[in-house]
Structure formats: C-alpha cells, structure tokens
Design a binder for this molecule. Structure first.
Ligand code: ZN
Length: 120
C-alpha cells in the first residue's frame, strides 16, 4: 500500500459517509410522506392549486432523485474503502486531494475529471 491517505483519515471518512447516509435515508422517509399528502390534496382542490401541487411534487421528485444519486455515491465510496481503493479518481486513477475528500467524502472523481463529466 502506497496510498497517501492515512488509516485514521479513511476511518473518519467512513464515519462521515455512514452518518450522511443515515441523514439522507431519514430525509427520504419524510419526503415520501409529504409527496403522498400532495397527491391527496390535488383531488380536492381547484385547477390552479392543482398546478402548484404538481409543481411541488415535481420538485420533491427531483430532490428525491438527487438524494438517490447521493446514496449511490455514498455506497460506492464505502465499497471503495472496503477494497482499499478509496481516494483514487474513478476515471484517471490519480489520487484525489485530501481537501476535496473532506468537503465531499462521496466524491468519486478528481477536480479535472469532474469538470469534464459535468457539461454546463
Ligand atoms: Zn481524474
């Protein structure tokens, strides 16, 4: 092992990922309830509020999708920790700077590859 990340750093990251996952899962549970409420409401209210309700529901679905992506990234990061590959860019296999990992422990790509994979 010539990894530049210390064992204690990776252990800390692992803790962060696990608590992030708990947070996201509890958020997912609450938002499922609120989108059900939206569906109940729209059968009772007029067309305009129905539009609002649909819009709110679409927004809830979008953030639900984002949470789903985050959860997959977290699961993948935890799997990389288990394989001893954590901290390497999944695209170019260069080590990801420790600062970047601290900001987003689930990050899978180095700065350069992330910029290339996010067309704006
Ligand atoms: Zn890269």
């Amino acid at each position: 092992m010539d990894g530049s990340l210390s064992e204690s750093f990776v252990a800390g990251i692992r803790e962060k990922l696990l608590s992030l996952r708990v947070d996201l899962e509890s958020l997912t549970a609450t938002s499922d309830e609120s989108s059900q409420i939206v569906e109940l409401d729209q059968s009772r209210v007029g067309r305009l509020s129905r539009m609002d309700a649909l819009q709110a529901q679409a927004m809830a679905q979008a953030s639900g999708r984002r949470r789903g992506i985050m959860l997959r990234q977290i699961a993948a990061a935890l799997a990389r920790i288990d394989r001893g590959e954590y901290g390497l860019c999944q695209s170019c296999e260069e080590p990801i700077p420790q600062k970047r990992l601290e900001l987003n422990p689930a990050v899978a790509l180095c700065v350069q590859c992330a910029e290339q994979s996010e067309p704006r």
